[in-house]
Design a protein around this ligand. Structure first.
Ligand code: PLP
Length: 389
């Protein structure tokens, strides 16, 4: 028997709970909805009985939004390697530097996790046409899972996105619309176009299930470290789904007694110097972030001037006594090169940004020599190959 789940407002504002057998996007109050499970039943079952013999993120299908008897739309996403970066660690004076290598996911980024979960639910809800505004990778992932599920994919992305993102979406049979502006403009045009046509909107955090796929990164880290969490998680943040998702995973795991209820990692949000709304809000001490003007960066996944879940990211960073670091594009490229030449890891600029943030926090004395540090390499280098030219 699967755990029952329902949807609840992230604030919470008092509306709901909402039935997951009906389509839901934002709460009535305009805030994101989150999935909640009956975790008491899980506690009785015990941890080992709840983990499947499955080498994908669906090994934790009991804490995923799946209805009884339902099979996920899967391409083998998740359960990615956690690499001990010994040589790079030595350079930085760190004994326990690890890289969670998300470049090995289908479509070369961790967006596969969220879209596997979202497309699984969209199928159940009877969606025919899926639509997504994206900075790049989420569109590729949605297109792939839509193809797998036999659904139509409509992808809206900035006109100046790197060509491989467009070609990959088209390879999976998606219709691509290029829009003037950034992901926020793509979101507006996708909603204006698809709303009247009844397209199912898979925008991050407006759709409540992508975060469930991304939260599994937190479960995998715990299992890969023998059910102890690291001291630091360094995460390149755009929309923030991964940060919010992992923080949710830690809450769920401690509610089920899987991990120590007190010890949590310091969550570090890493953004691009020329698009750092969450870093700025962290420094200014505000609850939400002001939109960033004229956002530019080579890290397409970080080109997010405004995120609907910004307050959830900021909450996780503050509650965890974490940090917020802005990284210049040239330093991201250096981070990519370091991951490449010391560790043989194929990193996207986003992963390079997270790598550089470790330098910054090490030099500031925040990260200590024997701390366990996990850098998220959220994607691979190929789609961004020109930045290495
Ligand atoms: C989307 C993306 C990010 C940002 O992820 P969020 O969870 O939305 O903050 C980081 N890196 C890459 C490669 C991405 O595609």
């Amino acid at each position: 028997m699967r755990l029952s789940f329902y949807l609840e407002c992230s604030v919470p504002c008092g509306a709901g709970p909402f039935d997951p057998r009906q389509p839901h996007h934002l709460c009535e109050c305009g805030m994101p909805l989150l999935v909640r499970y009956n975790l008491d039943a899980a506690c009785k079952k015990g941890r080992s009985a709840m983990i499947m013999d499955e080498r994908s993120m669906w090994r934790y299908s009991e804490v995923m939004p799946l209805l009884p008897g339902e099979a996920p739309v899967s391409l083998g996403e998740g359960w990615t390697p956690l690499v001990h970066a010994e040589r790079l660690g030595r350079e930085l004076g760190l004994t326990k530097l690890f890289v969670k290598d998300e470049s090995l996911n289908p479509t070369n980024s961790f967006k596969a996790r969220g879209l596997s979960a979202a497309v699984t639910r969209a199928m159940y809800l009877g969606a025919q046409v899926l639509s997504i505004p994206t900075a790049g990778n989420a569109g590729c992932a949605m297109a792939a899972y839509a193809a797998k599920a036999g659904l139509e994919a409509q992808v809206f992305m900035p006109r100046d996105v790197k060509t491989p993102f467009i070609r990959e979406c088209e390879l999976y049979g998606a219709k691509v619309t290029l829009v003037d502006g950034l992901i926020t403009d793509a979101g507006r045009i996708a909603a204006e176009t698809g709303g009247p046509l009844g397209w199912y909107d898979v925008s991050t955090l407006k759709e409540p299930y992508r975060i469930e796929g991304k939260k599994i990164m937190g479960y995998e880290l715990a299992e890969q470290f023998g059910w102890r969490l690291p001291d630091w998680i360094i995460y390149p943040t755009g929309g923030g789904t991964g940060m919010v998702g992992m923080w949710k995973a830690f809450e769920e795991m401690s509610a089920m007694g899987w991990i120590d209820p007190v010890k949590r990692p310091h969550m570090v949000t890493v953004q691009a110097a020329n698009c750092a709304p969450i870093v700025r809000a962290f420094d200014e001490g505000t609850e939400k972030a002001r939109p960033w003007e004229n956002a530019t960066t080579i890290a397409d996944g970080l080109r997010v001037p405004r995120a609907i879940g910004d307050f959830l990211v900021l909450r996780a960073v503050r509650e965890s006594q974490g940090a917020a670091v802005a990284v210049a594009d040239t330093d991201m490229v250096q981070g990519m090169r370091d991951l490449g030449r010391f560790e043989g890891i194929n990193a996207a600029p986003e992963g390079g940004a997270a790598m550089h943030a470790v330098h910054v926090l090490r030099e500031a004395g925040s990260i200590k020599q024997d701390d366990t540090v996990v850098v998220f390499n959220t994607g691979g280098m190929y789609k961004y190959i020109d930045v290495l030219g």
